[in-house]
Design a protein around this ligand. Sequence first.
Ligand code: C2E
Ligand code: CA
Ligand code: CA
Length: 600
Amino acid sequence: MASSTIAYQLEILTERLAELYFVKRDYTGLSGFLSDKISWIGTGINEICSNYKEAMLFFEEEKKIYEGYFQMENTWFHGIEISDDLVIVMVTLTAKTPSDSSCLIEMPLRFSVIWKKEKGLWKVVHIHNSIADTNLTENNYFNIDAAKSAYSQMNEKLSKAVNSDALTGIHNMNGFIHETECIFKKYPEDSYAIIKFGIKNFRYINRVHGYGVGDQVLRNIAKNLQKTCNVGETCARIEKDIFAAAYRFSTKDELMYRIEHKVRAKLIDRRISRKIHMDICFIAGIYVPQDIQHEHVIDMLDKALIAQQAVPKNVTGSKLIYYKDSMMNSMIQKNELLEAAAPAMLEDEFKLYIQPQFDIRTHEIISGEALCRWKKQDGTLVQPNDFIPAFEEYGLIINFDFHMLEVLCKQMRTWIDQGLHLKPISINQSRLHIGYENYLENFCATVDRYQIPHDYIAFELTESAFVEQQDEMVELAAQLHKRGFQLAIDDFGTGYASLNFLSVVSADILKIDKCLLDGIEDKQRSRTIIEKTIELAHEIDMTVICEGIETEEQLEYLSRIGCDIGQGYLIGRPMEAMQFEALWMQQKEELKTYKEERKQ
Ligand code: C2E
Ligand code: CA
Ligand code: CA
């Protein structure tokens, strides 16, 4: 009671102060209330006062500007006791010149007066002014209800900004989580599916048509996605080109039908597809939560993402995959694999295996391909297909390839020191290196550190790199040749119909993939392709290696059609470097003996 009395007394005092200032314009009376340390920042330019003397000077100036008085309207005073000797009084009022005055002014004002008890007397130590927004009419801040509603409007705007995506206007990740949680609370008994999808060729669209068109595509998808949502459903743009939706369903068949025909087919306007001259493909993951009341929406989105990531990279067109628990296990395994990779490099667990490459006619081993194997500490041997794709996906391949290069160079140095010249050995290089600054410099630095002549090493890069990064490959090939390395096109025939790139990028070796060879027994088409490919390669001075030779028939056929070099289980599987050395030496000895016998 006592404290509110103080606050109330100071409200009265503040009202008197305001009357002295606005109505009576009695600055002398007013000055009795001011502390020596009175301060304020007023609403006028340079209207800053930091002590009593300055306040007096200010009042002098003010008197000169306007001699008349003001009327006070809409006054509101509210005192708050901070402590026994400190009270703040908030004020709103409108100061108006009288209606008969020559200039009509109406000033809505807001300020707080800070009162401090000095030697038993209440004095004003500070006045805090804030400029009222005169543009607000019915939302005028001098009306308390209006102030409250303006505050809630501001809150609404703020929450909209936090929850919605500036580009498309639909929810963002935050908004999606919030809205989905609300929906789940409202319909706890219903079945829901969380779908998350990305645009497969979005980077291409941005690159070829520009970011403006890319944004247009995103806005169009967002608009159409929102149209697909019924009551109790929601959608969002989660990040860049990733969208999400929460759909209600009764049967899985109905859900699939809806996604395929009512959602996917309608996500992009035909007008936009025509503009970019292509169909837009969607890669989607879908998760059907069992318990919408307890599982977090963010975990649901993660599971939809895991399903999305399970879509094979080389899939054509759009694709949707449902989340399964086994996917989570394989993701955990992948994470463990990635975590273990760096220590495994330090512990030398990645072993150098070499697969012999032989002359197709004489079967003599003339070169080899370096292939890695991960020998874990418990003795298990992991094949490259079980870890290289993950290394590529997470960029670890960059360090890994350099690590294997080092292992290879170390081995080759040992051979050279022993007077053995087992060469050339080709090494696989991920296409992720292309475009990395200093890639080739770093490669050469390692090779030169071990003083390996450059013609002892050949680069293998997959056909996809030659096709998709043609410009960079032209440059890389030129640089490699300048430095004396050979360049091989690996996995030829695995996907690209065009042979055009052969005339653009100058490579030395063409490695025909096993998949082409597999068809030769019963497919005339495969035979024609291989034969024409060899012919073409020879015409442009390339050496042809055929991979995956498993049978005598294949070997005989390849010899007949003029293939140069073979590689395959028939003659030799990938083997430890020491074994490769032994095989090579044994063959050299046999050849020597054979030649000597022939001489006698
Ligand atoms: P690749 O470069 O196409 O290597 C040839 C693959 O074919 C090897 O598989 C080899 O063992 C296998 N192969 C050879 N002859 C035959 C055969 O007659 N029949 C069958 N069925 N397969 C045969 P591997 O060693 O499992 O390597 C798989 C892939 O992993 C390689 O394919 C290569 O792309 C990648 N890889 C291996 N080592 C490295 C490396 O150090 N760095 C990089 N970036 N990739 C590597
Ligand atoms: Ca290879
Ligand atoms: Ca290959």
